[in-house]
Design a protein around this ligand. Structure first.
Ligand SMILES: NC(=O)c1ccc[n+]([C@@H]2O[C@H](COP(=O)([O-])OP(=O)(O)OC[C@H]3O[C@@H](n4cnc5c(N)ncnc54)[C@H](O)[C@@H]3O)[C@@H](O)[C@H]2O)c1
Ligand SMILES: [Zn+2]
Ligand SMILES: [Zn+2]
Length: 374
């Protein structure tokens, strides 16, 4: 049945307010307007960032359709869309690439002005394409993938190789690319260096994979949950520690373990305390610390500026520093060429209607990535 130009009724996981369970609802998805693309979602991962909205530590409007790490196929396109067509395999991009703003035009930049981390939840014309029970439902970070169909702007979609398995390459839409890029692009980890990764979830493990591919000789994984150590060692960590096993600050522990030679640290949790711990843990002069974990909104951090005065570099990165529309198709090609493995990150695959079970697996610390299939 040709659905182009028509409203599609389908199932979506709607979050009506913070700290409430998802409800699977029938929603209406309007056709894409000019420069917009309607996508049938085939698979979507569960990332901690979705949970930040559920918990209210990341700003959003409600009701909202979360989800931002997915792969799908283009169902139809609006006027003046030139880079994708119906039937194309695609990855929606929570970080757009408009190719016109200063960040897009700067070779080092990627934080496109069209990004919606402020949580407006609207497309460019100031409206939404979703309704449920007669009410508008807001978009999430230009993507909204916990639904059978979504609408995104052309700047938020990348065409990828048709051969790409959606239930795996969905992780290239967020977790894998973010972590891997944080090491190879933002941190610029050097061969033979020592790295420390705080937080061993899907993103932290991807940082480890990036450090390894950059040739780091020592990669220390740090997590409170020791159940994460086995996977971390399997993807490339050389040793793992829990801060709870020490009385000393973790920065001193790492300094003693390495002869004061940690070149790179990565905060991949999203907590203010561990952001400062990670900064203090890299070498006081030539060390670099990268903030990957999403900071809780409206929170302020205080730290001793002496940590920076002695020469450390403190950086952040969104989506691993990649330019999303340019780099996502290349990352998919690299995956198909077996340059990295995504299977190690996927611990659970569930049907979409078991989304709440997927989040329970995240909360209990049992999952790395749960992929929901449609
Ligand atoms: N910068 C970006 O573009 C970007 C993209 C994706 C995700 N993120 C953020 O990255 C962070 C990690 O995402 P994830 O999906 O891997 O999350 P996750 O919840 O799967 O992993 C976090 C890990 O940190 C551990 N942890 C929690 N508190 C700790 C503490 N005090 N000390 C040590 N370890 C601790 C947990 O046990 C868990 O293993 C989140 O904040 C997420 O929002 C940022
Ligand atoms: Zn994410
Ligand atoms: Zn831009």
């Amino acid at each position: 049945m040709n659905t182009a130009g028509k409203v599609i009724k389908c199932k979506a996981a709607v979050l009506w307010e913070t700290n409430k369970p998802f409800s699977i609802e029938e929603i209406e998805v309007a056709p894409p307007k000019a420069k917009e693309v309607r996508i049938k979602i085939l698979a979507t991962g569960i990332c901690r960032t979705d949970d930040h909205v559920i918990k209210g530590t990341m700003v959003s409007r409600f009701p909202v359709i979360l989800g931002h790490e997915a792969a799908g196929v283009v169902e139809s396109i609006g006027e003046r869309v030139t880079t994708v067509k119906p039937g194309d395999k695609v990855i929606p991009l929570f970080l757009p690439q408009c190719r016109e703003c200063n960040a897009c035009c700067n070779p080092e930049g990627n934080f496109c002005i069209k990004s919606d981390i402020a949580g407006h939840g609207l497309l460019s014309d100031g409206t939404t394409r979703f309704t449920c029970k007669g009410k508008p439902v807001y978009h999430f970070m230009n993507t909204s993938t916990f639904t059978e169909f979504t609408v995104v702007e052309e700047s938020s979609v990348a065409k990828v190789d048709d051969a790409a398995p959606p239930e795996k390459v969905c992780l290239i839409g967020c977790g894998f690319s973010t972590g891997y890029g944080a090491a190879v692009k933002t941190g610029k980890v050097t061969p033979g260096s020592t790295c420390a990764v705080f937080g061993l979830g899907g993103v932290g493990l991807s940082v480890i994979m990036g450090c390894k591919s950059a040739g780091a000789s020592r990669i220390i994984g740090i997590d409170l949950n020791k159940a994460k150590f086995e996977k971390a060692l399997a993807v490339g960590a050389t040793e793992c520690i829990s801060p709870e096993d020490y009385i000393k600050p973790i920065s001193e522990v790492l300094s003693e373990m390495t002869g004061n030679n940690v070149g790179y640290t990565f905060e991949v949790i999203g907590r203010l305390e561990t952001m400062v711990d990670a900064l203090a843990s890299c070498h006081m002069n030539y060390g670099t610390s990268v903030v990957v974990g999403a900071p809780p909104s409206a929170k302020v951090l205080s730290y001793d500026p002496m940590l920076l005065f002695t020469g450390r570099t403190w950086k952040g990165c969104i989506f691993g520093g990649w330019k999303s529309r340019d780099d996502v198709p290349k990352l998919v090609t690299d995956f198909l060429a077996k340059k990295f493995d995504l299977d190690q990150l996927i611990t659970h695959v569930l049907p979409f209607n078991k989304i709440s079970e997927g989040f329970e697996l995240l909360y209990s610390g049992q999952s790395i990535r749960t992929v929901l299939t449609f």
